[in-house]
Structures are given as C-alpha cells and as structure tokens.
Design a protein around this ligand. Sequence first.
Ligand code: SF4
Length: 903
Amino acid sequence: MLLIGPPGSGKSHRILEAVRDRLRKRNAAFRLLVPTSTMAEHVRHSLAREGFVFRPDLISTLTGFLNSLEPGVEPLSPVRLRFLVRQSLARLCPKVFEALREAPGFVTALASTMEEAASAGVDPGRLQAALDPALGRIPQAFAALYADVAAQAEAAGYGFRNRLLAGAAARLRTRGVTGIEEVFADGFFSFTDPELDFLEALAGKCKLTVSLPDWPGAKSAWLRLALAGLKEERLEGCRRQPEVELVEAETQEREAEEIALRILEHAARGVRFREIGILVRQHDPYVPLLSSTLGRFGIPVRAYFSERLSDHAVVRYCRALIQAALSGWDHEKTLAALAMNPSGLPGRAEFERFARAVRERLPGSGLAGLRELAGQGAARKKLDGLAALEGWAASPATPEEWSKRLAQLAGLVDFKALAHGAELSDALAFRQAAAATEAFERCVEEAASVLPETPVDLNAFWEEAEAALRITPLAPLDRRRNVVHLLEVHEARQWELPVVFVCGLLERQFPLHHAQNPFLDDEARRELQRAGFRLATAAEKDAEEEFLFQFSLTRATRSLVLSYPRFNAEGNETLRSFLLDRFLEEHPGIPAARARPARPAPNGSKPPERLPRIVSEDLAELLAKERQPEAPTAIEDFLQCPFLFFARRTLALEEAPARPEQRLDALFEGQVVHKVLEQCLHRPGELGRIFEEVFRRYCSGSGVPPGYRTEAVRLALFRDLRRFVKKLRLEGAEPGLAERPYTLELDGGLTLRCKLDRIDTVPGVGKLIIDYKYRTLNGVKELTKERDPVVQIQAGIYMAALEQAGETCAGFLFAALRGEQGWAGWQITKKPVKGAAESKPEDLRAIMQRAAEAAVEAVERIRQGVIAPKPADPERCETCAYCDICRVESAVQVAVAGGETSE
Ligand code: SF4
C-alpha cells in the first residue's frame, strides 16, 4: 500500500495504528522502518509508554534493517572513505585539485559528494559515461577519483550505500526474508533509486506499506512504487488547525527569551513541558542559544542533536595530552593540557601555584623540569601518570599498537565520582563523558584498521585518528521525558505536539540557501538527470526548503508560534524569510506580537546585597596595621579605584605571569630605562656598553626569548636613550644623586617611602627632582594637569619628602623619553626648561599640600574599609588586571539606571 498525502494528513497515524494492531495481537512478523535512529527511538518510547512490550528491532532505521539482511558487503564508513579519498588524491594527483589538496574540508567535501552520488545510484562507471568532457576538468577529475576510491573499497570488501542496497535486494530476491510478513516505511520525504530498487524487491517478498508526503520531490518515488504494484491511497487535508501567532524580536537573544517566557506561560496553564517543541533548521546559532536561555529560565530542554566527538571535553583533553607529547612536553602546552581535565583540577590551589611557577619559567620543555616544580602533591601525581607517554613521540609502532596505547589515555581522565543525590545534570554529564571515552577508543581502533600494518610514528597515526574524531558524531544520552523538545525540522517527522515554536525565520537561516556543488555543478547534474540519475541541483534543494517550511507548520495541534529577530549580532537589519512573507500574505489576519523584555526569576532566595566595603572592625584594624600604603603609587592606585587598591595591595593578588613573548611590556622597558640612566648619569659616554649589559641582564632575568620583537624593542629603547642622553644635563643645574630613597611622615602616623630617580642641584635655589617616564611627551603632560588628584600625587609627595629631609625644593620635572622627548612639570626659575611651568615656592607648596591631604584622606578611607569599584578614569579599566573580578560593568549599569554605586 502507498499512502500519499500532505504533511499532517494522518499517514504516520495510520501506520502507527497498524503497528499497534500487530502488537496487540502479539504479531512480531513485521518491521517499521524510519529514516533516523532518533526517530526510531522516539516511536519505540511512545509505544512503550502506551504499554506495548516488543523487541526493539521491530522498529528500526532502513540502514539497520539492511545490515540485518547481511547484504554481503561491509558498509564503507566515513572514516574509511576519507582515508581512501586521501590515498586516491595522493596517487592520482589530479592537477585541477593540486592547490586544494591540503585545504581544510576539501577531503570531506569530496567524500560527501561521492556519498551523494552513490546514494543516488550513480556508480563511477555510469558517472564517467554520462559526463560530457565539455563540462570541464573538475567533474572529470572527480569521476576519476570516485572510480579509484570505489575500486579500492571493493577490493577490501567495502561498498557505498548503493552497493549495500543492491546486495540486500539481490539477497531478498533469491532467498526471501524469514520471519517477516509485513514492512512499513514511514517518515521518509522521498527515496533514492537504489532504495526504490530495494523496496521493490521487498514488495515482491512481503506486504509493504509506504507513506510519502505529497510534494514534487517525492513524485518520482511514488510513481515508481505505484508501478511496482503498491496500491495508492490518498489522504487529504490537514486535520490540525492550531492558533498561529507571529513574533518579531529585536535580537536572537530576545527571541529566545520570548520563547522561554511563552513556555512558562503554557506550563502555568497546565501544558506539560513534553508537549512543547521548538523547531530549528540547523544547529547554529539557535541550539546553543535556546539551550542556555531555557536553562536560565529553569525550563528542562532536550536537544536532539549530536555533537562532534572531537568537541567533547574528554576527547579535547586526550588530544591536548597527545599534542603536548608530540611537542616534546613543551611546558606551556603540557600545562594547558593538564588544565583541561574534564573533571576540573585536582588540588586546585596547589595546581595554580604549580602553574604559576611553570609560567614564570617559560619557555621550557620536558617532563623532568615540570616534575621538579610540581613538588609532591596532585600535580606531581598527574605528571607521573604521563610518564608512560614519555617515549611515545620517539618510537614508531604499528597502528594497532597505537590504538591500544591511545586507548589508555582515557585512563588519565579523573572522573569525579557522583555523590549520592547528585544533580541530574551531573549524572547526564557523567554518562556523556563515559560514552565519549568509549567512542574515543572505538574511533582510534577504526583509524588503526584503515591504515596499513607497517609501523608509523605517533604524528602520522594521530593525523588519521584526529580526522576520524572530527567526523564522528556523539549522540546525546539525555533520556528525560518531561522536557521541551528542541528538534531539527527533518527530525520532527514523527512528532506532533500541542505547542510548537518555529524560530529563526530568516533568509539563509530558514530557508537555507544551497550553493552549487563544487565537483558536480548544476550543469553536470542536469546532464546526469538527462541520463536518468536523480541528483538534485541547488535550485531543487532550495525548493525542498519550501517544503520543509510548509511541513514545519503542520507539527502543532494547538498553538504555533513563528518568530524571527529583526537585527543580527552586528546590529544590522536582517532579511525576514520570504517563505514566511508568502505564508502571511496567504493567511491574512495572523496576530503579530513583539518579543517582551524578560528576565528569569532567581533560582533560590535573593542573595544578600553586596556591601562594597569591609565592615568587620577586627578586619579593618588588621588591614590598617598590615596593609598600610607605603608608596605614593599605592595612594595613586586607591585614588584611581578603591577596588584596584583592594585587589592589588590588600589581597596582594598577582597578575598571571606574561608569556615569554609578552614580557617586553611597559614595566620591562621602564626598568631598563631607569637602570641605564642611573648608571649613565655621570658616564654618558658609556651609554652603548651600559645599555647592552643592562638589556641583556633584564632579558635573561625575565626569560625574554631572542627574536624579532626583542630586537625591535632593543633598537627602539637604545635610539630613545641615545637621543635623551644628549640632553641629559639641564642648563643651570648640576646632575647629582640617582635612585635616592626618602620617606615622608604624614598626619595620622602615615609614612610614605619613595625613591627619586634623580636629584639635580640648582645653585642658589635648591634641589630639582627629575622623574623619568618612558612615555610620550603628551602622556607626560597629562601628569601635570590639575583636574585630577591622582596625577599630581607623585610630584607633591616627592617634593614634600625632599623638603622634610631638610632640602629646599627647586621644582619637579617629568622627563618624557619615548618618541618625541621633552619635559613637563614645575621649576622655580625665570627661565624654566621648555615644557615646564615657571613656578614660585608657594606654587610648589600648594602641590605638596594637596598631595599630602589627598594621601591622608585616602588612607582614612582605606581604614574605613572602602573597596567599591569606582574608577576615577574609566578608560584605564580597559587595561586593568582586575576587570574580570570587580564587576565594574554592573556598577556602571546601576549608575546608568539612576541607581547608586555608593561606597
Ligand atoms: S577595572 Fe576599573 S573598576 Fe575594576 S578594579 Fe580596575 S580600575 Fe577598578
């Protein structure tokens, strides 16, 4: 029997009724065939929940059924196919593919075109015969590769899907099928010619019922099945008439939140989560977005999508370990690998200390050096566990041996034991990790099986294994029942739900737009069609999108919500799906709504309000004693931002050590400049020697590797210093002391310590302080502006310290050394250096006074426990090391909303 009708006309219902009837009569002489394993599982579960008990193989995929018929040929797996494609590419070397051979995705594109051709029944011989040479070199080169791959596969006893179908059909015709009287095929949109050959063979041996939707893409299939003798029955009309609503959202995020809001509203009206489905056309971007959004709203969701095995945390960990081994245990790579442990880091604090010690000594390689730094704790245990891998990179082994060795890697994963009463999400993650471990082992085994048995090195074996991991799917193990179903449109063929959302209705999202195949373009496909092969052109694939859209509208029985975002992530206006436009034109009066702003309710009780200050008196007293600011730079930190002071000075949080190539930073440059100028002050003629010696010493002390950037920094520093040294002496002043320490006692028992870069003597006036800055002149001028207390603290404190030591201050000058050089500051003289302000003693005293008052006030607020993130110069937040922990963004948002960010 052939059931034909539009989507939603009851074809699946009729077939499932027939299946129920057989099950009620305990008749197991039937099979129900569906297109995907997820669908088979869905039907099995639905029937099981109705109380039917049956063997799982009664409901299976067409592929599973074929394999059970022993077609006499092994299926050509994707891993083996890609291996054969690479072999053929290397052997035949078609000139036209020469430049693309190593391009990412090239082998996969070739392999999937071969699979498509084979599935349509276009075997290599027929392809070569049907292709006109005038079509160009690419189809010809593809046909030659395809023939070579098929020949290699056949010689090894493997075949494409068409050979499996032909083998199974031949077997059916000669031997029949035992124990099966009736077969149902449901959920297929159409059939390829080899599948139709097989169904014809099946119809000759048992009763066959096939359902097909009424759309142009299925026409040739149902005509052929009708000619094969299947009695046609038409089912008319769509029996579902759900309420349809259109939702326009500003962004995808808002669209997802509106869906979550509506699901909660349905749930409040008594709709169970499992009665709700969301249909998307492809995985990205909606599956991750909806999964996380619904999760935030506390809505259980199950996504019926496989992930790539190579993306699972267990596999990424194993891959990182192998890459570390291949690099000779490069310390940075090994550290990164250890930190990827899927169950988190054992002994986290200890590991962080170990990681810090390793980073400080980068670059480095070899496990021995890491063991030395690891001490005796968890990190050492982990490194000892890697000892077995130590010799791997050096010695070749057979692929089989490699697969056994790599399988041991999973043993290095620390699976966190599940506590009694663990969260369901933890249990699911645990099961998925176990499945990924098994799949990893199977995958490396398969990679070994496709390679010749001769020894290869780890690199060569891993290349094959990694390619296999990338193309192997990892099916989700989520079996929860009362969840919202997140489905790809094809997967929804046997789903019928009261509430359905179809989202992302944008051009190129739904519908997708199909490009021409690069190996068999539309011209070649039309030629093949003329020769009797059904290989779809891009236009025909685009037409299928329209069918998928119409089909998605038939999945809801009560409520259907169609939605799209108006703007993309870049803020540009999107293009609404033309299919949706046409649907709205044909169905005027569909209510439209805008997505509402939504925010999930907190999971638990409201957290206590954060007080951005230390309130404990004991703690404040302790901090007053032990974390007093001692340097003007500490006061500057507090004045820039109390949280910056708290993190850097009170908690003494250190920034992560810079990578070797990033160590030539402003701090490094400043240290070199100060040291060189200190030594050159009285020996400017020796600049070259002093600079080389200081630069080399600092590079080796900081672990800066030689290289282009190091040389560029060296040349730039030397160029700037050489120019500056020429104007080292100031007119009317004698260079005196360098790097001289002073202290300043202030009210409230506060003592500040400072080190003055240089103190010149101005005869008859006093001492002139000079502070070197490896900055541009404009940057240095900023330091003398009065608008901000932060910028004048240093000058005021230094001058006050000098005077407190019994000297008379003649001024304070900043020297700008980078690029355009110059001076800025205050000088008591009638003829100040260009850039400095002519000042009187009272001007200097005013600066000292302001700085001292600001320092005393800052210390008072520090003692009061003020730690709020409140930057005086928000632009400096961009380079602040604590920006990830201070939550300055939320503080700013509160301020924008008119709230308080009080201390
Ligand atoms: S990022 Fe800004 S607000 Fe945050 S600690 Fe640094 S300076 Fe303060």
